[in-house]
Design a protein around this ligand. Structure first.
Ligand SMILES: [Zn+2]
Length: 309
């Protein structure tokens, strides 16, 4: 018997009720756990590493983990940032918009479109600047002005931002980081996911990354293929991380109906199969994601367990 840990990204919000989901509510709610360590942002990388038992998380890691997960090559002295694209109306950022394939790049830096609203910036030779740069993480954005999202502390980064802001779109850099190592996960483990950040976590912790065709990291993901892959992996690995990202993305789009429909699909196509699968299953969220504000929250997160299995 193996352990399957199912992390439903951004599952909870102020209106979330486990009773709305038959398979989830058939599990035991065993405890609530703190979303992120004291003083840390409630963002997926930190929260998921914490769930996996990592205690010493380097402070400048997020962009690097995304680069790992996206197979973007980086060097030891690179400064790496996530960048998220938003539509702008009257000087305020509104909803995520697709990242362009290329941007205006007038300095020595590299840009990578990751699909959806996500992109990466790699600035050679600036790794030591991570501490002195100020950015505003997009998941704290609530109708932020473009000026509020302007990075500070590095002229090159500020110039990239300015060159790529228009009256109708804005690229918000955040998650400044550099290469780092973490100890490997202490047991043989497999990871099933679509989100780049979780792929990066798998590589960073030396966990086996199972490729699942149709796993997109959004609400259009193939949930049946992911649950198949998790159950298959549990035959070979004593620990399986199954990460499902769509609810968080729907919340960022401030689409409460889409978030709830997706969670119902997860309940029917994933959790119902895990409920009596013969393995020990835990289900939790990394953090909350409110589809009204579009923001993450750091409140304690419930942990469910398939006690009958
Ligand atoms: Zn999020």
């Amino acid at each position: 018997m193996s352990i399957i840990l199912c992390v439903i990204d951004g599952m909870t919000d102020p209106r979330f009720r486990a009773e709305d989901y038959p398979a989830l509510s058939a599990m035991s709610r065993i405890r609530d756990r703190r979303a992120a360590p004291q003083g840390c942002e409630p963002e997926s990388m930190t929260c998921i590493l914490t769930i996996l038992g990592v205690t010493d998380i380097p402070p400048f890691l997020r962009g690097y983990v995304e680069a790992l997960g996206s197979d973007v090559p980086v060097q030891k002295d690179d400064l790496i940032l996530r960048a998220s694209w938003f539509a702008v109306e009257d000087g305020r950022c509104t909803v995520p918009m697709p990242a362009p394939l290329e941007i205006n790049m007038v300095v020595n830096a590299r840009y990578f479109c990751l699909g959806g609203y996500k992109s990466l910036l790699v600035l050679p030779g600036l790794a030591a600047c991570a501490e002195s740069i100020g950015t505003y993480p997009f998941y704290r954005r609530s109708e932020q002005t473009v000026d509020n999202l302007r990075p500070t502390g590095n002229a090159i980064l500020e110039r990239i931002f300015d060159e790529n802001c228009t009256d109708c779109s804005c690229m918000a850099p955040w998650g400044q980081s550099r290469m780092a190592d973490l100890p490997p996960f202490p047991r043989r483990a497999a990871v099933i996911c679509g989100a780049e950040v979780v792929r990066g976590i798998a590589k960073l912790l030396n966990m086996a990354l199972i490729h699942v065709p149709g796993a997109t990291g959004d609400t259009d993901t193939d949930l049946e293929a992911k649950s198949d892959a998790a159950l298959q992996a549990a035959q070979d690995y004593p620990f399986v991380l199954l990460h499902i990202n769509g609810a968080d993305e729907a919340a960022h789009r401030r689409d409460a109906g889409q978030k709830k429909r997706f969670l119902s699909d997860v309940d029917r196509l994933v959790l119902r199969r895990l409920l009596y699968c013969g393995h020990t299953v835990f289900v939790t969220a990394d953090h909350s994601s409110d589809p009204v504000s579009g923001l993450h929250g750091g409140v304690d997160q419930p942990v469910f367990w398939n006690r009958y299995s």
